[in-house]
Write a protein that binds this ligand. Structure first.
Ligand SMILES: C[S@@+](CC[C@H](N)C(=O)[O-])C[C@H]1O[C@@H](n2cnc3c(N)ncnc32)[C@H](O)[C@@H]1O
Length: 296
């Protein structure tokens, strides 16, 4: 671990979630094992008629790869690479020569490595400890930023932790280099009944321990004087729909899911996915896709 104090969730807390069992996640994620909000086609468009989770996940990866201008790049960093879907898409579809993926989960790394993706390097490493041999042309991070600040910190402490991340990205990129970031953010509907507070606490304590999601303003503030925001989308309804799809698949495969984990685990996941559907719909939660460009 680096000399700088890490403000995010510990590796143990990350493993608590992501090391449940690769086979368990394979039962209800799409075939690329992408575990973040998909990008669904515009309602009413021709694409929308044929849309499914697989297609919407690939569309999301393409949106962020293109936003980061990573296509054809020599070296790209994926901070929080999960089971490797972005590494695969970048190297096999977008002509990236060398894609480095960081994860804190041993099970994710094992599975990603077993796919033997040419051009991909998977490292079980915190971004805070990462020391690249060469600079990167682009950086993408999908659904990891939520873990970069642990619960109970003040806003100033969270912003300081996030700034550390953006300073690293700044140092690793060339002038005008881009970061494509997707993260859950706090929603701006602050009217919550007791049941809502209980459900959100359950997600924070039982499902994603030690992680507090940022406010959008914290993401922007922590990147100030380093990066300009090129584009920003807020897509809570896309996450709601993604969770509906995950929940449907989990229920279809419920027996196997219990066998691979436990009844208690499956009930927890059902509750967390059900609550997430509602809280993205109610705007207690938001989903930001942000393209950032180095200001100098
Ligand atoms: C929700 S998963 C998303 C995985 C993948 N990006 C996707 O879209 O499927 C979050 C990922 O962030 C990783 N992560 C969380 N904190 C991290 C850190 N400090 N350094 C490196 N990876 C981290 C986790 O290990 C996990 O791979």
């Amino acid at each position: 671990m680096s000399a700088t104090a890490y403000q995010g969730a510990t590796a143990e807390a990350i493993r608590h979630h992501y090391d449940v069992s690769n086979d368990f996640y394979a039962l209800w994620l799409d075939s690329s094992l992408t575990y973040t909000c998909a990008l669904w086609a515009e309602p009413g468009s021709k694409e929308a008629q044929l849309d499914d989770l697989e297609t919407a996940q690939a569309r999301k990866l393409d949106h962020l790869i293109e936003g980061a201008r990573a296509g054809g790049a020599r070296r790209v960093l994926d901070v929080g690479c999960g089971w490797g879907s972005l590494l695969k898409r970048m190297t096999q579809v977008h002509g990236v020569q060398h894609a480095v993926g960081l994860t804190l989960s041993d099970s994710q790394a094992e599975l990603a490595e077993s796919a033997r993706i040419t051009g991909a390097e998977i490292r079980v490493e915190n971004w805070l400890d990462h020391q690249p041999a060469d600079p990167y042309d682009a950086i993408v991070s999908i659904g990891a930023f939520e873990h970069f600040a642990r619960t109970g910190l003040s806003r100033a402490e969270r912003v300081a932790g996030y700034r550390e991340f953006f300073e690293r990205c700044f140092a690793w990129l060339p002038p005008r280099g881009r970061v494509a970031l997707q993260t859950n953010v706090k929603g701006n509907n602050t009217v919550m009944d007791k049941a809502t507070v209980r459900e959100l606490m359950f997600i924070m304590e039982t499902i994603f321990p030690e992680s507090e999601i940022p406010a959008l303003s914290e993401v922007v503030e922590s990147s100030e004087k380093l990066f300009d925001v090129v584009s920003l989308r807020n897509d809570p309804d896309h996450y709601s729909r993604t969770c509906v799809e995950w929940l449907r698949r989990l229920r279809e495969n419920r027996e196997a899911a219990v066998r691979l984990s436990s009844e208690e685990n499956v009930v927890n996941y059902e509750n967390y996915l059900e609550a997430s559907v509602r809280h993205f719909q109610n705007r207690h939660l938001g989903l930001s896709r942000i393209i950032l460009e180095k200001g100098r």
